[in-house]
Design a protein around this ligand. Structure first.
Ligand SMILES: Nc1nc2c(ncn2[C@@H]2O[C@H](COP(=O)(O)OP(=O)(O)OP(=O)(O)O)[C@@H](O)[C@H]2O)c(=O)[nH]1
Length: 283
């Protein structure tokens, strides 16, 4: 399977990020809890060096909690502050202010020593497309927050959301492009729907997902679709089509429809909480 990105967009997004990052103290990086590594672009480590760092395992409601915890440990060991969140439902959002203060404690201490008191921490949200940046910003800022205007000479053209007296957030998130190190990364991004389905073969993708589920989550397909988890992934896909009455021209099995249905069920959590990659593989 082949994936393609658009270099023009990437260059522009990166330039924006480089400019914005100069203005902030803290990088709040959203990753998808189901694929915390494949949904990162490691370039952020270079871009965000010398900044406080917070990783949010977003969409944690769709991933297995024991793996969310394992990933949180993994990133903590690497020196990041970490929090599990569900931006859609607001889960974990309450804890964020404490975690931000913790992540920025060195900076706050530095300020204090230089006699600067109560200067708010400035933060920016970054992450790959569709990871939940806007949802998170809305969950955090809510309606109660006022946008601060442009500050002449300091932050030309930038809008800041004042979350409380301690924190200001840049209102536009930074887009990181996922890094396609290999086919596996591309596949996992495609599973979660971060790559447009039009550029992929849906049946091939569904067959790959079936292959993964049979090994890591045996029984899930059987229970959801009342099918036998046959060795051949395409046989399984056929069974899903049969079980869900996906038909074309009256009686032919529509495996493309079945593939879409399966991917949709997975993406919306209807197959249960499923983690696609595990910290042990990134030791
Ligand atoms: N289940 C679940 N869905 C979420 C969560 N956060 C965001 N979403 C959903 O993920 C989808 C993408 O969210 P957005 O906030 O638009 O993502 P974004 O990163 O701003 O996307 P771009 O604008 O493409 O960069 C939406 O359908 C959200 O409802 C979460 O924690 N759990």
């Amino acid at each position: 399977m082949h994936f393609q990105w658009y270099p023009g967009h990437m260059t522009k997004a990166k330039r924006m990020m480089q400019e914005n990052i100069k203005l902030i103290d803290l990088v709040i990086e959203l990753v998808d809890a189901r694929i915390p590594m494949s949904s990162r672009n490691p370039e952020i480590d270079e871009l965000g060096k010398n900044k406080a760092r917070l990783i949010l395992l977003n969409k944690s409601d769709l991933a297995e909690d024991r793996w969310n915890d394992a990933w949180a440990e993994y990133f903590k060991e690497k020196g990041y502050s970490v929090l599990k969140v569900n931006s859609r439902k607001g889960g974990g959002i309450k804890s964020i202010h404490g975690v931000i203060q913790e992540a920025c404690k060195e900076k706050i201490e530095r300020d204090r020593k230089r006699g600067i008191l109560n200067r708010p921490v400035r933060a920016m949200v970054v992450g790959i497309p569709n990871v939940g940046k806007s949802t998170f910003i809305n969950a955090l800022a809510g309606k109660a927050c006022t946008k601060t205007g442009n500050k002449p000479g300091v932050t030309k053209g930038k809008q800041w959301i004042r979350l409380n007296k301690n924190v200001e957030l840049l209102d536009t998130p930074g887009i990181l492009w996922p890094k396609f190190e290999d086919q596996t990364v591309g596949l996992r991004l495609a599973f979660i729907g971060s790559i447009k389905d039009e550029i992929l073969n849906t049946e091939e993708l569904a067959a790959e997902l079936i292959g993964f589920l049979k090994v890591k989550y045996p029984g899930v397909l059987k229970e959801k679709y009342q099918i036998e988890e046959a060795e051949d992934n395409y046989v399984c896909l056929n069974s899903v089509a049969k079980s869900r009455h996906c038909l074309v021209r009256g009686n032919e099995l529509d495996t493309e429809k079945a593939a879409k249905l399966l991917l949709d069920d997975f993406r919306n959590g209807r197959l249960g909480k499923i983690t696609l990659e595990f910290p042990g593989d990134y030791a």
